[in-house]
Design a protein around this ligand. Sequence first.
Ligand code: ADP
Length: 282
Amino acid sequence: MSSEEPTASCSGHCSDCASQSEDCQLNLVLGAIRHKIVVMSGKGGVGKSTVAANLAAALAADGRKVGLLDVDLHGPSIPAMLGLDHVELQQTENGKIIPPEVGNLKVMSVGFVLENSDQAVIWRGPAKIGVIKQFLSEIEWGELDCLVVDCPPGTGDEPLTVCQLLPNADGAVVVTTPQRVAADDVSKSLDFCSQLGFRVLGIVENMSCFVCPKCGEITDIFSSGAGERLAEKFHVPFLGKLPIDPAVCRAGDTGRPFVEYDRESPAARAFEGVLAVLRKLF
Ligand code: ADP
């Protein structure tokens, strides 16, 4: 079966398609998820996981059923960012993994299966592809309004697998910072999407400026404008700028999304603009 929709009779283990039961299972899972958004960047450390976690948390806070899948297999930071670094995974009777929940946000990350947070994951491409497939098909996601997928930086196995497994996704949110070295790498992510025919929902420029908490003066520490220039060059929407904000770092380090940690912080207020565009998808 190659289409994304399962047949009406398909239970994922039906006799007429037993040889493809994994694909059937995947199709069933994906069929129950209305929207899929992939968060990616060509560069690490630009705030991609921060954007993914806060996008998912904000959509869940709206009352939507949301899933957040962390496929950053070598550097999973989602568990720590959401205060889930010590959870033990539970299984359903039929052996499916129950994703830990924060409010109505279901989360899955390779971080949940590591023995400790220092453990390195040393996997080659085929193993990574298999794990991502399992994370989609063998997790009890149930019915979701939206699944947000947090990819590792670059254009390697993980984002490629995600884009191939989610051909009907709404698209990608691409995160950059203003420096030229970041923007140059992020342009590769945009080219990657273009080559795959994967829609880009828009670009977020993170760490765009610093707003002085005392006097409100705005300083462009890493310069500014790279996100808008990339958006223009690749003919994709620009979603907005997020400032460097100590509240973002504090929130992440204490395991809470910044959108709920301090709603009045400069970053939370700026993120509302990004959310306003993405909420229109629903
Ligand atoms: P990536 O996923 O791109 O590697 P992360 O989301 O893990 O990046 O962010 C890296 C670090 O930068 C984290 O400690 C995070 O809290 C911090 N950070 C991200 N965005 C901001 C911001 N706008 N202001 C302050 N700190 C930020």
